[in-house]
Design a binder for this molecule. Structure first.
Ligand SMILES: C[S@@+](CC[C@H](N)C(=O)[O-])C[C@H]1O[C@@H](n2cnc3c(N)ncnc32)[C@H](O)[C@@H]1O
Length: 274
């Protein structure tokens, strides 16, 4: 297929996805979107993107299948333990000064990150005063997150990450095992609100003390990254924290002046006053 035709077809497909279902991938980083769409086309057996577009417009069951390809669902509990160690050692002492806390995990995937924070906050004695918001655009991921059940063979990594993050308890205190799975204690999600929210098309979440958004902005183009960072700035209390993790940063954002470096290596920022 010539590059020009593929370019036209991909743009039309993303436009159809937006107009029909309001999922907006038009400004995601193009190279990775195209790679994923090619994979979807091959595996779902379509001769070209126009045929995929037709099916998408007329058959709603195509939507979750396509979203499965367009969104990357890779996560781990306490992924990049140094990030969680920095939250524990540097951010938590500030959070302790607030009587109540709101924490937003944006792009929560299957919930691994929000359960990690819930465990960390319990270990630090902050859980009772905290509400966590865990958001994503992928419904299947949100359902997985709200179940809190993970394959047992992932627990070795989760346990090691938890230990390296400075965990003060044993991860096994928080789950029971059944049929090859680890079932996380439902008390961990009693203070978590899971919801469908897009960083591309939806509005601010008010008065957050910490926003953690890791491994999400890498899939956006510059303009979209900027929109999301503006959204985060508006959603934070003064002196609130934004954690982007080591792979992303604010350097090129028009909102960079609104934040100060807090833990440089982990790209944790603090909203400036005003
Ligand atoms: C690679 S996962 C990151 C999971 C977790 N934050 C971590 O670092 O382990 C990326 C997540 O971003 C979500 N995502 C993609 N576009 C999004 C958007 N516009 N708004 C909110 N979440 C989005 C995907 O569905 C996916 O669950």
């Amino acid at each position: 297929m010539s590059d020009i035709i593929e370019d036209i077809e991909v743009r039309l497909l993303l436009e159809a996805l937006y107009r029909r279902y309001h999922y907006d991938f038009r400004d995601y980083a193009q190279a990775s979107i195209r790679r994923r769409l090619r994979q979807a086309r091959q595996q779902l057996g379509f001769p070209n993107f126009s045929a995929m577009q037709e099916q998408l417009l007329h058959d709603e069951t195509m939507l979750p299948r396509l979203l499965g390809y367009l969104t990357v669902q890779v996560s781990e509990m306490f992924r990049d333990p140094a990030y969680f160690r920095a939250i524990r050692e540097k951010v938590v002492p500030h959070l302790r000064t607030y009587p109540s806390l709101k924490i937003w995990v944006a792009g929560c995937s299957g919930g691994e990150e929000v359960y990690s924070l819930a465990i960390l906050f319990r270990e630090e004695g902050l859980e009772d005063r905290t509400i966590f918001y865990a958001t994503d655009i992928n419904q299947d991921a949100l359902e997985t997150a709200s179940r809190g059940i993970y394959a047992l063979d992932r627990l070795k990594t989760f346990t090691e990450n938890h230990r390296l993050s400075g965990g003060k308890s044993s991860l096994s205190d928080y789950y029971t095992t059944a049929y090859g799975n680890a079932v996380f204690d439902k008390s961990l999600r009693e203070r978590v609100v899971f919801s469908d929210h897009s960083l591309v098309t939806d509005a601010v979440f008010a008065e957050m003390h910490l926003i953690s958004c890791r491994n999400v902005l890498i899939y956006f183009n510059r303009d979209l990254q900027d929109r999301a960072i503006g959204l985060f700035r508006e959603s934070l209390v003064r002196s609130g924290f934004l954690g982007l993790g080591s792979k992303e940063n604010l350097r090129f954002s028009s909102h960079a002046d609104g934040f100060a470096d807090f833990v440089r290596s982990e790209k944790i920022y603090q909203r400036r006053e005003g």
